[in-house]
Design a protein around this ligand. Structure first.
Ligand SMILES: [Zn+2]
Length: 481
C-alpha cells in the first residue's frame, strides 16, 4: 500500500490588504516532512509506504498571491504524477486559504490533483476548525476531519483521525462523497469549544468515530473574515451510505443551531470601557486583547488605536505589545540602549484602527520576535513612552506563549495591564493570568460582523440577521441533499 502525504496551509483574512507570497511559506520535504506530520506513524503502523509530497505553511495572512498558489500547486502535481500507483492521498490543509482572483485554494489544489489521479483513489483531508468549504472542494474529496478544539490543541489528533479515515477508504475499497449541511452563521471569537453547543457536538462526533460505516465526521466553525459565497459553519459527514451521511450532518447542524445562543463573547467591552476597567485593576496582571487587529486571525498588527488611548492616560504598569512598525524598529535597532527619539507610527493614516501617532520614546531593550513554529522571525524593541511601555516589531508577531515575551526580554511581572493583538486568550498565556478583557476594537478581524464589507457573501447570515429560522436553513440545503 502506497500513501502520498503533504500539507499546504495559509488562513486568509480577505479583508487584509497584504498578501502571502512564495517566500512567506515555510517548507519541509522528505524525511523532515514525514517526521513533522502526525499521520505518518498511523500509515506506517498499517504497513503502508508513505511518500512525502511537500509541506508548505504560512502564518494567517491576507489572500495568497496567484503566483505563490500556482507555484506550490505545481510542486504537488509534479510529485503526484510520479506516483501514479498510489493507493491514497492524505493532505493537511487549513480550509480557509483564499487565492487572489481564484477563490478557495483548497478547491483548486484538489481539482488539480484529481486531474492527475482521476476519481479512483481516495483523498482524505485534515482541516482547521476555521475552514470555509466550497462545494467544488467537497466534491473532490472522500474523507474530511477537522479540529474539535478552539483555541486549537488537537492538531495531531485530527491528523491521526484523517489518516484512519483514509485507511478505512482503502480497506473498504470505497470513495464516498461527504455530505454537507451548511448553517448561515458567522462565528468569530465567541465560538470556543469549551462551551455548548460545542461540548455536545464534540461528544456526538466522538460517538460517530466509533460507528460502523462512518468514514469521517467533522463540524466547522468557518472563518468570518473571509468573504466568499460559502463562508459559514457546516457539518461534513462521510459514510458508506450517503443517505445516512446526510442525516448525521443535518443532526449535527441542528444541535449547533439549537445551542447557538450560548456563543457569547466573554469579557467583551468597548474600547473606552476596556481602557477604563483595565486601569482600575491595580493588583496582579490583566491582558487586554485588541480583537480587531488580531494577528492570529490574519490582521497585520499595525493598529495604534489602543496605544493612543493608553498614551493619553499615561499610567504606570501598562505595556502595549507587538505593534508592527518595521521601519521604526530597524532605525531603533541601530541605536544604543537609553537613546531618546521621536517616532511616528502609521504615518499618514487616519483609519479607525491605524491612526498616525507620534511620541517620544526611550529605547529600553532589544529582543527577538519568536515565530509560530519556534523559529526567529524578526526583531523588536521595548520602549518607554512616558509611563506607558510598548513593544514594536519588524515582523508580524503574535505573543501567544510565555516564550514570546521571554525572547523579547519582557518581564510581565513589571506590568498590571498588557495589551496584545489577539481575540480570545491563548491557553498558554493563562500561566500568567486568566484575567482578560476582550476589547471590541474595529479592524479586519472585528467581531462586529455588520461592520465588515462583504461583497461575495450575499446570503443572510446570523447574527447580522437574527430572524433566520431553521426552516429557512433547511430549505437552503434542498438543492444539495
Ligand atoms: Zn483556526
Amino acid at each position: 500500500m502506497k500513501i502520498l502525504e503533504g500539507s499546504f496551509q495559509c488562513e486568509a483574512n480577505t479583508f487584509c490588504s497584504q498578501r502571502a507570497g512564495i517566500e512567506d511559506f515555510e517548507r519541509y520535504d522528505g524525511e523532515a516532512l514525514l517526521t513533522k506530520m502526525a499521520a505518518t506513524p498511523i500509515f506506517r503502523e498499517a504497513g503502508a509506504q508513505v511518500v512525502p509530497l511537500l509541506y508548505a505553511s504560512a502564518l494567517p495572512s491576507g489572500m495568497v498571491t496567484r503566483e505563490a498558489f500556482e507555484y506550490y500547486k505545481e510542486r504537488f502535481v509534479e510529485m503526484i504524477e510520479r506516483e501514479k500507483d498510489a493507493d491514497g492521498i492524505y493532505l493537511y490543509l487549513h480550509g480557509s486559504m483564499y487565492v487572489e482572483g481564484l477563490g478557495s485554494g483548497e478547491e483548486w489544489l484538489v481539482k488539480a490533483i484529481r486531474q492527475v489521479t482521476g476519481e479512483g483513489i481516495p483523498i482524505a483531508i485534515a482541516l482547521d476548525y476555521h475552514a470555509n468549504l466550497s462545494e467544488g472542494f467537497l466534491g473532490q474529496v472522500n474523507a474530511v476531519q477537522g479540529f474539535r478544539t478552539a483555541p486549537h490543541t488537537d492538531h495531531d489528533d485530527t491528523e491521526r483521525r484523517a489518516a484512519r479515515s483514509l485507511l478505512a477508504c482503502i480497506q473498504k475499497n470505497a470513495c464516498p462523497h461527504p455530505a454537507v449541511f451548511r448553517i448561515p452563521f458567522l462565528g468569530g471569537d465567541a465560538s470556543t469549544t469549551d462551551k455548548e453547543p460545542f461540548v455536545s457536538i464534540t461528544k456526538r462526533l466522538q460517538e460517530l468515530d466509533g460507528e460502523e460505516g462512518v468514514i469521517s465526521c467533522a463540524f466547522f466553525n468557518g472563518q468570518p473574515w473571509y468573504d466568499s459565497a460559502y463562508t459559514g459553519n457546516c457539518a461534513v459527514v462521510s459514510c458508506l451510505d450517503s443517505k445516512r451521511a446526510q442525516k448525521e450532518a443535518m443532526s449535527l447542524a441542528k444541535m449547533f443551531w439549537d445551542g447557538r445562543e450560548n456563543l457569547k463573547l466573554e469579557h467583551a467591552m468597548t474600547v473606552k470601557e476596556a481602557v477604563r476597567a483595565s486601569l482600575e485593576q491595580k493588583e496582579g496582571l490583566l491582558f487586554v486583547t485588541d480583537s480587531g487587529d488580531n494577528t492570529t486571525a490574519g490582521a497585520d498588527g499595525e493598529g495604534t488605536l489602543l496605544l493612543r488611548e493608553y498614551l493619553k492616560k499615561d499610567t504606570k504598569g501598562v505595556l502595549v505589545c507587538g505593534v508592527l512598525a518595521a521601519d521604526v524598529v530597524n532605525d531603533l535597532l541601530k541605536e544604543e540602549i537609553g537613546t531618546i527619539k521621536e517616532i511616528c507610527l502609521c504615518k499618514g493614516c487616519r483609519e479607525k484602527q491605524r491612526i498616525e501617532t507620534t511620541c517620544q520614546v526611550v529605547l529600553k531593550k532589544k529582543g527577538i520576535v519568536y515565530g509560530w513554529a519556534g523559529d526567529e522571525v524578526g526583531e523588536g524593541v521595548l520602549l518607554a513612552a512616558g509611563n506607558t511601555d510598548l513593544v514594536l516589531t519588524n515582523a508580524r508577531a503574535a505573543f501567544t506563549t510565555p516564550e514570546h515575551f521571554a525572547r523579547m526580554g519582557v518581564s510581565l511581572e513589571d506590568y498590571h495591564v498588557v495589551v496584545i493583538k489577539m481575540g480570545y486568550l491563548f491557553p498558554k498565556l493563562k500561566t500568567f493570568t486568566e484575567n482578560f478583557i476582550f476589547a471590541l476594537t474595529p479592524g479586519v478581524s472585528s467581531n462586529d460582523f455588520a461592520q465588515l464589507e462583504y461583497q461575495r457573501l450575499k446570503k443572510r447570515m446570523y447574527p447580522i440577521h437574527m430572524d433566520i429560522t431553521w426552516e429557512e436553513i433547511k430549505n437552503q440545503q434542498e438543492v444539495r441533499l
